[in-house]
Design a protein around this ligand. Sequence first.
Ligand code: CDP
Ligand code: MG
Length: 825
Amino acid sequence: FGLQKEVDAHLKAYVSKKPMSRGFFSPDSLSRSSSGGSMNTDEGIYEQPESLVQNSPAMERILHRKSLELRNQQKEWQESPEGQKMIEFRRSLPAYKERDLLLKFVSENQVIVVSGETGCGKTTQLPQYILESEIEATRGAACSIICTQPRRISAMSVSERVAAERGEKLGESVGYKVRLEGMKGRNTRLLFCTTGILLRRLLVDRNLKGVTHVIVDEIHERGMNEDFLLIVLRDLLPRRPELRLILMSATLNAELFSSYFGGAPTIHIPGFTYPVRAQFLENILEMIGYRLTPYNQIDDYAQTFKKRKSQIASSVEDALDVADFKSYSSRTRESLSCWNPDSIGFNLIERVLCHIVTKERPGAVLVFMTGWDDINSLKDQLQAHPILGDPSRVLLLACHGSMASSEQRLIFDKAEDGVRKVVLATNMAETSITINDVVFVVDCGKAKETSYDALNNTPCLLPSWISKAAARQRRGRAGRVQPGECYHLYPRCVYDAFADYQLPELLRTPLQSLCLQIKSLQLGSISEFLSRALQPPEPLSVQNAVEYLKLIGALDENENLTVLGRHLSVLPVEPKLGKMLILGAIFNCLDPIMTVVAGLSFRDPFLMPYDKKDLAESAKAHFAGRDYSDHLALIRAYNGWKDAERQQYDYEYCWKNFLSAQTLKAIDSLRKQFFYLLKDTGLVHQQPENCNAWGIDEHLMRAVICAGLFPGLCSVVNKEKSIALKTMEDGQVLLYSNSVNAGVPKIPYPWLVFNEKVKVNSVFLRDSTGVSDSMLLLFGGKIERAGLDGHLKMLGGYLEFFMKDTLGEMYLSLKRELDELIQNK
Ligand code: CDP
Ligand code: MG
C-alpha cells in the first residue's frame, strides 16, 4: 500500500467537486478596510478590473470616463505646491533624463532591459512613467502594471513612496501585495508585489489576462524566483503579443538578459554617485589606533606566514586577531574557505563605529552583517557600550527581511540633530532599499548564502565571502548624498580573491518547490524546462528534487502531478509542509498541525536571547514537557498564548516565556490563511477551532508530523552517556542547542523526524519530534535505499486502511495492535 495512492483517492473526490481555478480565496473576515485600499492576507494577486472582463461598448465608455477622472486628479495634484515640490525632486533623478526614450522603447518593443546605478530612479520612476503616459493617453483605467520585487520590504516601501509621489494614499492607483499583507483597491493600476506573488497568480491565470505591463526588478540578483519567472515570461510573450516586459537591473550585466530575450534593446541610465573612499583592514587598523605588535608566534604556520609576507602581512595577521579571523592562512582564493566563517569581528566593528561616532563628520552609518542572528547579537553588544549604547548620541536600528513592516520603516526616518543613525542590515540593503542619509558604510565582507550540496542532498547555510560586485555595491551606498567612506573589514588581498559575481540562486538551492510549480503550471518536462534557464541547474539537483517529489507522492513514476501534488502546489508552503496540512485535515487534527506548519514556514516564535539562553531554553523545555518534540512544544506555546490573549495577559505571557508576540501573531494569521485555502479545496468544513483540540490524540499529531517531515528522519541510539543520532545520508548528526531534544539524557523514541538539517561544520538538525516505529510504519513513505539497520526497508505507508469513514477509531485500534506487534517482534 502506498500512502500516495490512498491520499490521492481521497483527494480526487474534492478536486472534482471544487475546481482549483477559483484561485485564492480572500475571506472577508481577514480583510481590514482602510482608507483607499483594503488590507488583506490572501496569497493571490489583485483581481482583474471588472471592466476588462466584459468588452462591451458600454464598458469602454466607463473606462474612458474613469481614465479622464484619473487624468484630472493627477493634474490637480501636480499643480498643488506639494505636487510641484515632488515633481521637482523627481525631475532631479537621473532616470528623468531618459524618460522619453524609455517610453518610446516600451511602446516599440515587447521586451526591454534597463540598467542603472542603485538610486537613479528605476524602481520608483519607471513604473510611474508608464502609468503616467497611459493616463495621459486616457488609457489609465485600462492599464494594469505589475512590478515585482524580490523582497517584501522593498515592495512595501517602494509602493508607499510612489503613492506619496503621486499625492495619493496607498491603495488608490498604487498598491502592493506581499505574502500575508497587501494594500490595493479596485482602482489600483500599478501594483508592486513580490516575485512569488506573481508566480502564484500565474498558477491560476497562465496568460496574465488583463495585465498590460510586467516589470521584473532587481534581476541582477539572480534570485531563483526571478530566474524562474523569466523562463515562464519568455514562453508567455508570443501568446500575449501586446504584453510589455521590462527587466530592470542595478549593475551592468544587461547583455546577458538582453541576449536571453533574443537581443532585446537595452537602455542604461547613467547615474550619479559621489566618490566613496574604500578603506581596507590595513588602513582601518591604523585609523582606529591599533598598535601593531611585533610578530612573536612560533608555530609552523606562523613561521611560513612570516617568511612569505612582508610588513603588510604581519599587519594583516594582527588585523586578523583583532577581527577574530583566526584561521586565515594564505592569500589564494582556496584559502578563503580556511577563514573561520563564523567570526565576524564584533569587536572590530565596535571600534570602527566608535571611531565614526566620535571622530567623523555627521552622516548615517550602514553596517552590512550576515544575518538576523549576528545583527541581534551585535546590537546587544553595542547597546552595552558607553558611547554606542547612549540613545542621546546613537540611534541604533536593525534592518532585515523578516522584520515587521512597521519596524522596517523606522530605518528611513532621519535621526534627530546630534544623534547618529546606525543601521545594522543584511545584504538586502545592497540594492533593493535605499537609506538616503548614509555617508559611512561598514562592510563585514560576508553574507549568509544558502548553498546546496547536491551530492549529499543537503542544504547549507553558511556565511560566505561576498562577490566583488556585491562589495562594490555596498561601497556605493555611502555616496548618495555626499562623498562617503567605506570600511571593508578585510584585507585588500582578500578582496582581490573574491569571485566577480555571486552564483545564481537556482544553482545553489534545492529545487523541490520549483519543480512542483513547473508541473502545476503545466510547463512540461521539468528537466527540459529548467534546461532553458538563463543558467540551468545541475542535472543531479533536478533529479534529486524530482525523486523527492516522487517519494512524498507529489509526482507519479512518470513525473506527472498527482492529486496530492496539485493540492500541494496551491498551498503557499514547501511541499512537505503542505502535505502535513492536508493530512492534518484528513485526520481531523488540523488545528494543532496548522500551528506547526505556520511556525515552520514562517519563523520559530521561541526567542533565544544571547545573554539569557539558559532561561529561554528552560522556558521552552517547560512547554515540551515529556513530549520530546519541538513541534508539540510550539503547539502548546501557541495555545497558551491564545488563552493568554483571551484573558488579556498575552504581553506578560510572551515576556515570561521568551516568545515573540509578533511571530505568534503572524502564525495566527497564517493559520487562518491555511484554513481558508483548505476549506476552498473542500477538505475541511468546520471552523479551525473545532478541528481537534489538544488532548484528543497526541500520537496522531506526532504521526501526521512524521508524514509531513518524512524522509527527514534520523535514528536514535541511546548510549550510556550520550545519544547517537544518524541519518542515512550524513551518518552522525547533531541537534541545535535550542531543540528540546538536545542535552536530554535519553530519548524514548527510536526515531526523530526533523524539518531541516543544515551543514555548518557538522550537520545539525533544527526542530525534531520523536516518533515510534508504528508511526513511521503507518505514516512514513517508502525508503528504497538501504541503510538505517535495514529496518526501514520494511516500512511503508499503510494509510489505506485508515482512510475510511470510521477513520479515527480504526486507526487507533490498529495502531495499538501494531505497536504491540512491533514491541513483541
Ligand atoms: O530603483 P533604483 O535603485 O534605481 O532607485 P529608486 O528606488 O527608484 O529610488 C530613486 C530615488 O527615490 C532614490 O534616490 C531616493 O532618493 C528616492 N526614494 C525615497 O526617497 N524613498 C524611498 N522609499 C525610495 C526612494
Ligand atoms: Mg530599485
